[in-house]
Design a protein around this ligand. Structure first.
Ligand code: AMP
Length: 418
């Protein structure tokens, strides 16, 4: 089949790499792509959020499957336009993408379907928000309602922080949430209508600094699977959270199709939903793709064409770890244009692939463009070996304007050592 992949980040580089290895993939086209993706796919420089441009590209290239990587085209309804034009699409329509686009929508769906999640109040009144803070107590979580890419969330450890977050919202829509205690893990499930099948688990590191300190980022590293999400806990999360969500979406006439990424808090009372994303995580995707067994393109086509119930995604049983190399200044004002060398040397380390998240080809060679620049991924039989290989590879890369965390996977490492 001929496949069109939308997006231009590290997630899409990993998707392209995995799709390229699928026996059923003939032609692979990416829009707009990046220099890493160009290793596996032909890149077309169009705006992935422009439905007209995407449809015309798909039509001229005889595309059998469109895989939508990032959230922006999903929320913008590019999936709807493509389906209306008769294309098979991996990724939900805009109304189902609300599971990510609106925190309030997801919270209300959880309440209506008894899906375990933090107790909450949706409000546009700062007085009501303050009353909710009194009710839930400190710590408390305050979220702007809308597609905030993680930035609109304040975990307030003091009353003052909570007040400041409420003031900052003015009278904009807010979700005030009870604070959940536990460790976080991500569960990735393939969903098509009422059918939901687990694909993989992962854990990531959102803070920019060592020891999970400093400002939030898109993610500084990840590993898969997440051993803390045991088979038993994963099945519980599927049964209590993901499957009821799939059924509820189908019942309201907005069936979900694609990958549903459940951000879970593993509390003493079991897994609870923190949030949904309607696409693969970045950098979790980079850690998951090397673990997928079998024909990945066929699996995604199966989801897109309503055959998920007959499919059984399989993993290799190995472990993968991804270290993000970012441009200095990230997440504030990342330095652009820094020269990157010796990626080939890094890829000489066994099991390593260097995915491109924010690079471009300049006159001097490959240079940084954007905050997160590379996602260095290693796969091995054990978590510890994957981690060691990933860091050995990172050390090979010559990128003076870059930095990375040296403690990716610290929780797992501590458990391994215990
Ligand atoms: P979200 O964008 O909803 O995923 O929130 C971003 C981060 O805030 C999550 O990854 C958690 O670390 C934290 N968080 C969100 N909601 C809660 C909650 N109810 N209790 C504790 N931590 C939370």
């Amino acid at each position: 089949m001929n496949i069109l992949l939308l997006g231009s980040g590290g997630r899409e580089d990993a998707l392209a790499w995995r799709l390229r290895q699928s026996p059923s993939c003939d032609k692979l086209l990416a829009a707009p792509g990046n220099p890493g993706i160009a290793r596996w796919a032909e890149c077309a420089d169009i705006d992935p959020c422009d439905p007209g441009a995407v449809i015309s590209l798909a039509a001229t290239n005889d595309i059998d499957l469109v895989v939508i990587g990032p959230e922006a085209p999903l929320v913008a309804g590019v999936g709807n336009s493509l389906r209306d034009a008769g294309f098979a699409v991996f990724g939900p329509n805009a109304d189902a993408a609300q599971l990510e686009g609106s925190k309030g929508f997801t919270k209300d769906l959880c309440r209506a379907n008894a899906i375990p999640t933090a107790d909450y109040l949706r409000t546009e009144s700062s007085a009501e928000a303050r009353a909710a803070v009194d009710r839930f107590g400190i710590p408390v979580v305050i979220k702007a309602d809308g597609l905030a890419a993680g930035k609109g969330v304040t975990v307030a450890m003091t009353r003052q922080e909570a007040e400041a977050a409420i003031d900052a919202a003015g009278d904009g829509p807010l979700v005030i949430e009870e604070f959940l205690e536990g460790e976080e893990a991500s569960l990735f499930a393939l969903v098509q209508g009422e059918t939901a099948v687990p694909l993989a688990s992962a854990q990531d590191h959102k803070r920019v600094g060592q020891g999970d300190t400093g400002p939030n980022t898109g993610g500084m590293g990840a590993y898969a699977p997440a051993p803390i999400l045991t088979a038993e806990l994963q099945e519980r999360a599927m049964e209590e959270i993901v499957r009821p969500t799939a059924r509820a979406m189908a019942a309201t006439g907005t069936p979900f199709s694609g990958v549903l990424y459940a951000g879970l808090m593993l509390t003493a009372a079991g897994p609870k939903l923190i949030e949904y994303n309607v696409r693969f995580g970045d950098p979790e995707c980079e850690a998951i793709m090397p673990l997928i067994d079998g024909d990945f393109a066929e699996l995604l086509l199966g989801v897109a064409t309503g055959k998920l119930a007959d499919m059984q995604p399989k993993l290799t049983g190995k472990h993968a770890l991804t270290v993000v190399v970012a441009a200095r200044g990230y997440p504030g004002s990342p330095l652009s244009g820094g020269l990157i060398r010796d990626i080939e040397a890094a890829e000489q380390v066994e099991g390593v692939t260097v995915f491109h998240a924010g690079t471009t080809l300049g006159e001097r060679g490959l240079v940084a463009k954007g905050g997160r620049v590379l996602a260095v991924t290693a796969v091995a039989d054990t978590f510890g070996n994957a981690r060691a290989r990933a860091y050995r590879a990172v050390d090979q890369i010559d990128f003076a304007d870059g930095f990375h965390r040296t403690d990716i996977g610290w929780r797992e490492l501590a458990r391994d050592n215990a």
